[in-house]
Design a protein around this ligand. Structure first.
Ligand SMILES: NC(=O)c1ccc[n+]([C@@H]2O[C@H](COP(=O)([O-])OP(=O)(O)OC[C@H]3O[C@@H](n4cnc5c(N)ncnc54)[C@H](O)[C@@H]3O)[C@@H](O)[C@H]2O)c1
Length: 253
């Protein structure tokens, strides 16, 4: 019960990676705040995790809207008084398009969630953690935050931005008891990859898997284990870190 009584706030809390992380934190005694785009889905997830009324919050927010982000942070503090861990994880892939064809609508949609949403989360949660002089933040970037992927320019650019925000925020608060890190997964078995595979067509999954030296996708639970470690006191000297979790993909030239 390493997280007994601790308050863990997760965006994208009913999605693949977010709910896998929620499960480990719940098993270790945390009080959870799950933020998603559907109240029903986050409530269902909380019940699946066996969370009892009064020990969790299921909140709806569009993270690309600052007022929604401010509201989920305020609701968390009102209910639990603090935020110990923030898994800043909500994201979307946007439309697949070569750079010459990316519409500004697509760019703005992806940036709205993956960049502005992550920034708003950092901004409002850091204000709480700075008062506490304590906290751990994990942003979900991607291997796409470190490399280019044809057809995914908007997503790739947004995830590079998450890496930059992570490093800058970590440096700003390193002396104030707050750690900020990012995880960079290669393909993970969630809705997001299923949606990307559909666009790339038949054989896409096999081709993506071939790019991974371990020749498979990650399970959401494997990403969740890294997030859990980074959130824990075992990672007390780790901040500003950008952690690939990719079956060896980034080790290739
Ligand atoms: N699946 C992968 O292969 C992979 C690889 C690297 C990084 N990631 C990143 O992992 C994170 C989680 O994705 P996932 O794979 O679990 O996919 P997912 O689609 O299962 O989960 C994404 C979550 O983000 C939420 N979300 C999307 N737009 C939102 C908005 N406007 N406001 C609030 N919430 C919103 C969704 O409701 C969902 O819960 C994302 O940031 C994604 O970019 C995924």
């Amino acid at each position: 019960m390493e997280f007994a009584g601790k308050v863990v706030l997760i965006t994208g809390g009913s999605g693949g990676i977010g709910s896998a992380a929620a499960k480990i934190f719940a098993e270790n005694g945390a009080r959870l705040v799950l933020v998603g785009t559907s109240k029903e889905k986050t409530e269902v997830k909380a019940k699946e995790l066996g969370l009892k009324d009064g020990e969790y919050l299921a909140l709806v927010a569009d993270v690309s809207r600052e007022e929604d982000v401010k509201a989920y942070v305020e609701a968390t503090v009102e209910k639990f008084g603090r935020i110990d861990v923030f898994f800043n994880n909500a994201g979307l892939e946007g439309s697949v398009a070569r750079t010459a064809e990316i519409t500004s609508e697509n760019m703005q949609k992806v940036y709205g969630v993956n960049l502005m949403g992550v920034h708003y989360g950092l901004k409002h949660v850091l204000k709480v953690m700075l008062k506490q002089k304590n906290g751990s933040i994990i942003n979900t970037a991607s291997l796409a935050g470190l490399r280019g992927f044809p057809g995914m320019g908007a997503y790739v650019a947004s995830k590079h931005a998450v890496v930059g925000l992570t490093r800058s925020a970590a440096l700003e608060v390193a002396l104030e008891g707050i750690r900020v890190n990012a995880v960079c997964p290669a393909p993970v078995e969630t809705r997001m990859m299923e949606s990307i595979e559909k666009v790339f067509g038949e054989g896409a999954r096999e081709s993506f898997e071939k790019g991974v030296p371990m020749n498979r996708y990650a399970k959401p639970e494997e990403i969740a284990q890294l997030v859990y470690f980074l959130a824990s006191d075992k990672a007390s000297f780790i901040t500003g870190g950008i952690y690939t979790i990719d079956g060896g993909q980034s080790a290739k030239s």
